[in-house]
Design a protein around this ligand. Structure first.
Ligand code: OSB
Ligand code: MG
Length: 373
């Protein structure tokens, strides 16, 4: 058998509430939805590249180009169907990990659907429910942030992450801690600091944070190691971890004590799995990060997060925390206080609604295997 057809859709979905990080504020999400067909079965994936190259170097347009001109032709030319074969074959091309992951994810959904099992079963996942968490952007004021966190706690979330940047860091942590002394709290800087800010970062030790995520730039493993030596709070790396090789370098250097795994950032589930499997023997817990995915990407994250070394609460929230009308049916919801069930049906276990996909699409293109038609 071989993949017969692949479709890309560029979608734009408005957020329920703006999302601001140290990179800036955004009001909607543009991303690529991927689909692969074999024998009438369709697998779905999502490419998490964003409109601007702020978090990572890829963009929706660079990913579209890499998918259209390199990865999709490769799938057809080599008759690749198995996701593991795709990962190996696509490795001839450097970087462009989000583009690669977008296609590999669709092949995993297809594989699980053909086998008639939830994707979690193929991965060897052990949890049928995972720990949720909500990532709170920078707000107009500290009271706004405290109020918004109160709203999420009322909805049942138990672990809160706040975005920090110079000028919105210790003050934000202090205010949130004063109001909610007992919640699970962590902070994410998205690389907004340098070693010159060491003293401010060290004051974050006072707020009993689960972790501080990515204080310095992605390539700065060495300065992260210097900071970790002087901080009690575990550092967690996100943007820095692009592969098993960078994970190993970070761990061996002492740059972090926790790793955030994002399937898009590391190039797909095969590489994510390799990092997940390497970490336990090093004493490094991992958790599943998010990229404000639609329900397709988030369902994929839920299945991945069912693997055994995902030990800390994730950036996995309900559909409505992000979007008024998620593209999937049913929506993802909290299944109990601070928990989300991994969907049970075959594959990712949620169904994109064609009509909503069409309404959100700004561009679509289908590719057919040259051997067919
Ligand atoms: O750094 O974790 C991050 C969103 C976009 C880009 C980077 C990050 C994030 C988030 C959102 O924090 C987490 C989520 O999807 O819930
Ligand atoms: Mg992060």
């Amino acid at each position: 058998m071989a993949i017969e057809r692949i479709q890309l859709d560029l979608l734009r979905l408005p957020y329920v509430h703006f999302f601001e990080t140290s990179f800036g504020r955004s009001y909607d999400r543009t991303f690529i939805l991927t689909r692969v067909w074999e024998g009438g079965v369709c697998g779905w994936g999502e490419c998490v590249a964003e409109e601007q190259p702020l978090y990572g170097s890829e963009t929706t347009e660079s990913a579209w180009h890499i998918l259209k001109d390199f990865l999709i032709p490769l799938v057809f030319k080599k008759a690749v169907v198995e996701p593991e074969d795709f990962a190996r074959t696509a490795a001839v091309y450097r970087g462009n990990r989000m583009a690669k992951a977008g296609l590999e994810l669709a092949l995993w959904d297809l594989k699980a659907k053909k086998a008639g099992v939830p994707l979690r079963k193929l991965y060897g996942g052990v949890y049928d429910e995972v720990e949720a968490g909500v990532s709170c952007g920078i707000e107009d004021s500290i009271p706004d942030l405290v109020a918004r966190i109160g709203q999420y706690l009322d909805e049942g979330y138990r672990r809160i992450k706040i975005k920090i940047k110079p000028g919105w860091d210790a003050n934000a942590c202090a205010a949130v801690r004063a109001r909610y002394p007992a919640i699970l709290l962590q902070a994410d800087a998205n690389g907004a600091y340098t070693l010159a800010d060491k003293d401010v970062l060290k004051t974050l030790d006072a707020y009993n944070l689960l972790l501080v995520e990515q204080p310095f730039a992605p390539y700065d493993l060495w300065d992260h190691a210097k900071l970790q030596k002087e901080m009690k709070t575990p550092l967690c790396l996100d943007e820095s971890i692009l592969s098993l090789a960078t994970a190993r370098a970070a761990v061996e250097m002492g740059s972090c004590r926790i790793i955030n795994i994002k399937v898009g950032r590391v190039g797909g589930p095969v590489e994510a799995r390799a990092i997940h499997d390497y970490c336990p023997a090093q004493g490094i817990p991992v958790w599943c990060g998010g990229m404000l995915e639609s329900g397709v990407g988030r369902a994929h994250n839920l299945h991945l997060a069912s693997l055994p070394n995902f030990k800390l609460p994730h950036d996995l929230s309900a559909s409505r925390r992000y979007y008024q009308e998620d593209i999937i049916d049913p929506f993802i919801e909290l299944s109990g206080p601070g928990k989300i069930r991994v969907p049970d049906g075959p594959g990712i276990g949620v169904n994109p609604v064609e009509e909503r996909v069409r309404r959100a699409a700004v561009r679509s293109e289908a590719f057919t295997s040259p051997g067919r038609r």
